[in-house]
Structures are given as C-alpha cells and as structure tokens.
Design a protein around this ligand. Structure first.
Ligand code: FAD
Ligand code: NDP
Length: 381
C-alpha cells in the first residue's frame, strides 16, 4: 500500500521503554573508558625513532579486530593493533560504543552494554598479548614486503595485515535527530533495525524507516515482526532496491510507503522523553504533515572505513574491501579483511567477530607458507 505524506496518523504511546535512551554511553565516555585502561596502551612516542616489526598488524578496534587479535596472540604471533583515536568520529571499540544494550551477542543472557562488551574484548586481547596503540592508521604501503603501516607518529613493518576498520551507518541531521538534549537518537531513533527493532519500546507501535535501497526494504520487512505498522519514508517516487526486495515490501500488508517525503523534525512523546512523531515535508508539493511513530530507523547506507587504503586494495563500487568468497583474503596476498569493512550484508557484531577469527587463521596459514613463523621477520616486541 502507498500513501502521500500529507496523511495524518495518530496512535497513542502506551508502554514505557526499557531499552533505549536510559544510559546511552557516548563516544566520549567510551573513549574515556578505553583510556582508563591506559596501562594497556603503549605510548607511540616510545617508538618514533625506528619502525616496529610484527608478524601481524591489525587495524581497527571493533569485534572483528579484537577477535583477530585474540586468535593471533594465542598463536604467538605477537600482534600489534591500532585501535584508532576517534577514527571516523567513533571511539576505540567501534560502532558498539555508540549503542546501549546488545542483546543478540551470545554469552550474555541479560544483554550487555555495547561499551562494556568492547572494553571486555579489548581487555581480553591485551591479556593474551596484543600490543595496542590508540592511534589512527593514516597510510599503508602494500606494494612492498614487509607491508608498511603508518600513523601520524610511527610506522610498522608487518608480514601480514588485517584490516578491520568497520563502517559507519549514515545518519541524517534534522531537529530532534541528535543525541543531546531534545534529541531522540537512541530514544526511538536508530540506524540498525536488526539490532534495536525487538526492543519493547517498538512493540506494537507504528514505526518508520527512511531509505529506498535494499537495506530499507530488509529493515522494513524485519520491523513488521514487532511494529503495528511500518512506514517507509522515501525522498523520491521509486526505489533503487532490487525488484525482488521491492516486491516483497510492496506486498507486505503491514508496510505503507510515503513517497517524495523527507523528515524535517522529530518530536517527543510528552513527558516520556522518547520519540513521539515526525514532521514530514513533501518535496514535490512543499506540504508539511505529521506522522505519529515511536521508532525511526535510518537505512540510508553505510560508509566503509577504507579511505586510508588509498586504492591499494580492490574495493567494490560501494567502497567495501573485496575478499575471496569463503575467506578473508583481499586482492593483496598477506593482507586480510574482516568485519563490516568487507561485509555490507550482515553487519552484526557476531559476524564481524567470526570473520575476525577467520582473518587471524588465514594470516597464520599465510605466515606458515612464507616461513615467517621461523623468525623471518622477528617481532621487535
Ligand atoms: P566497527 O565496530 O565498525 O569498528 C571499527 C573501528 O575501528 C572504528 O570504529 C574505529 O574505532 C577503528 N578504526 C577505523 N578506522 C581506523 C583507522 N584508520 N585506524 C585505526 N582504527 C580505525 N550489532 C549486533 O550484533 N548487535 C547489536 O545490538 C548492534 N547494535 C548496533 C547499534 C548501533 C547504533 C550500530 C551503529 C551498530 C550496531 N550493531 C550491532 C552493528 C555492530 O556494531 C557492527 O556490525 C560491528 O561493530 C562491526 O564490527 P567491526 O569489527 O567490523 O568494526
Ligand atoms: P543504498 O545506497 O543502496 O541506498 C540508500 C538509500 O537511502 C537510497 O534509496 C537513497 O535514496 C537513500 N538516501 C541516501 N541519502 C539520503 C538522504 N540524505 N535522505 C534521504 N534518503 C537518503 O544503501 P543500502 O544500505 O540500502 O545498500 C547498500 C548495498 O548493500 C547495495 O548494494 C545493496 O544492494 C546491498 N544490500 C543487499 C542486501 C541484500 O541483498 N539482502 C541487504 C542490504 C544491502 P535515493 O535512492 O534517492 O538515492
């Protein structure tokens, strides 16, 4: 079913949320918490004079990077890991530091805060022997061997490299979209329906998704399991999503499409401090209308963190690192990629961790093949 955005919809909010917006760890607090484990973090200044050497250099700090580090360290490869410093505006620890409860990562029956999960990962990878630097990698040289990895203050010679720099979900900015006072980010607004959609705040409530690609279709269909109704708000009058995904969406009786509209403002639901609805603007007629929803999900694409690679690995048309199917091998032998930086389909912490494990095992096999483990390039650490 489709409708115009001048349609006014009203549904009453009835249930307090338990999931979103109660104790959102900010990127700053997560960064502070990361730095509170500063004993784990080597000082870059100690190594300005000569390059470090390692068998495995891991770039990134999300579930993929730390899983790779745990496996590589336990294989006695003495990994060096660059966790970044507000790389892509995200604290060390990656995307999960920007959310509250993670309820779908196995092993935590009561859920766990995203920041806490990533602190645990970091502590575990340090405990098993990973050398962690709180620096962002700015440049790489994969054309010579050993590979070179650069930050602003030092360089590393590495026999193998694991790229696990993740991706950033694009967010829209409008009144009420932020995470400060008066904003509803994590209080009804999210960029991950699969992660947050099952939260009680969204159950049997009208929800909205912004976007017209495959992600928007997938997220809208997913949300119909929880919401009373799902609106797709799209800025044009047709979708770019694949035909099969479009058909599935347009024939779902719980989904309505609001064409030619953009969100101008998000407002709250009375005293509760959570999202209550949206002001929409029709980009063709200019008409402004009201849409009562308890959830809004951005599905307007992701930005993989691959700019620093400067064309040295094969990327797909959306900028994701291309890996050989079933492996983490990139276009350069000895360089591996794990997590969201090479995955535009699943984008989950557990799948990132899974590919992080694969990357460490792939790197270990590569090092065995080239004889590095016999001391060809002995770690200086
Ligand atoms: P990321 O988590 O993307 O982390 C990579 C990190 O590497 C970057 O953030 C940065 O700190 C660092 N980095 C980047 N570039 C550089 C560089 N050049 N040098 C050094 N360091 C660098 N998934 C779930 O399974 N369950 C959930 O409940 C869930 N909730 C989510 C909620 C939100 C709001 C978001 C945005 C995502 C959520 N996800 C969830 C998805 C999950 O966070 C990601 O799939 C996962 O974090 C990807 O892990 P990753 O290891 O690939 O990298
Ligand atoms: P896409 O880039 O394909 O789509 C993004 C959508 O968001 C577009 O419809 C775009 O509108 C809209 N958009 C972008 N910016 C704005 C904005 N500022 N305001 C409003 N709307 C905006 O991203 P996806 O994440 O959907 O897909 C990325 C890739 O991943 C694709 O190759 C896709 O096929 C793939 N994918 C595959 C899946 C599957 O096979 N199951 C699932 C998910 C993704 P417009 O169209 O007007 O540009």
């Amino acid at each position: 079913m489709s409708m115009t955005c001048s349609t006014e919809l009203t549904l009453v909010y009835t249930k307090a949320r338990t999931f979103l917006g109660l104790a959102t760890p900010t990127t700053a607090s997560s960064a502070a918490s990361s730095l509170s484990t500063a004993t784990n973090t080597a000082s870059a200044m100690d190594h300005l004079s000569s390059p470090l050497k390692t068998k495995v250099c891991i770039i990134g700090s999300g579930p993929a990077a730390h899983t790779a580090a745990i496996y590589a360290a336990r294989a006695e490869l003495k990994p060096i890991l660059f966790e970044g410093w507000m790389a892509n505006d995200i604290a060390p620890g990656g995307q999960l530091t920007t959310t509250t409860d993670v309820e779908n990562f196995p092993g935590f029956p009561d859920g766990i805060l995203g920041g806490e999960l990533m602190d645990n990962c970091r502590n575990q990878s340090h405990r098993v022997g990973t050398q962690i630097f709180t620096e962002t990698v700015t440049k790489v040289d994969f054309k010579s061997f050993p590979f070179k990895v650069f930050t602003d203050s030092q360089s590393v010679l590495a026999d193998s490299v694991i790229v696990a720099t993740g991706a950033v979900a694009r967010r829209l900015k409008f009144t009420g979209s932020g995470d400060g006072p008066g904003g509803f980010w994590n209080r009804g607004i999210s960029a991950c329906a699969v992660c947050d959609g099952a939260a009680p705040i969204f159950r049997n409530k009208p929800l909205a998704v912004i976007g017209g690609g495959d992600s928007a279709m997938e997220e809208a269909n997913f949300l119909t399991k929880y919401g009373s109704k799902v609106y797709i708000i799209h800025r044009r009058d047709n979708f770019r999503a694949s035909k099969i995904m479009q058909n599935r969406t347009l024939t779902n009786p719980k989904i309505d499409v609001i064409w030619n509209c953009v969100v101008e403002e998000a407002y709250g639901d009375g005293e509760k401090g959570v999202l209550g609805g949206l002001k929409l603007k029709n980009v063709v007629t200019g008409q402004v209308s009201d849409l009562k929803v308890s959830g809004l999900f951005f599905a307007i694409g992701h930005e993989p963190a691959t700019k620093f690679l400067d064309g040295q690995l094969e990327l797909d048309s959306d900028g994701y690192v291309v890996t050989k199917p079933g492996t983490t091998q990139t276009s350069v032998r000895g360089v591996f990629a794990a997590g969201d930086v090479q995955d535009k389909k699943y984008r989950q912490a557990i799948t990132a961790a899974g590919t992080g494990c694969m990357a460490a095992l792939d790197a270990e096999h590569f090092l065995q093949e080239i004889g590095s483990q016999e001391g060809k390039s002995e770690s200086s650490l």
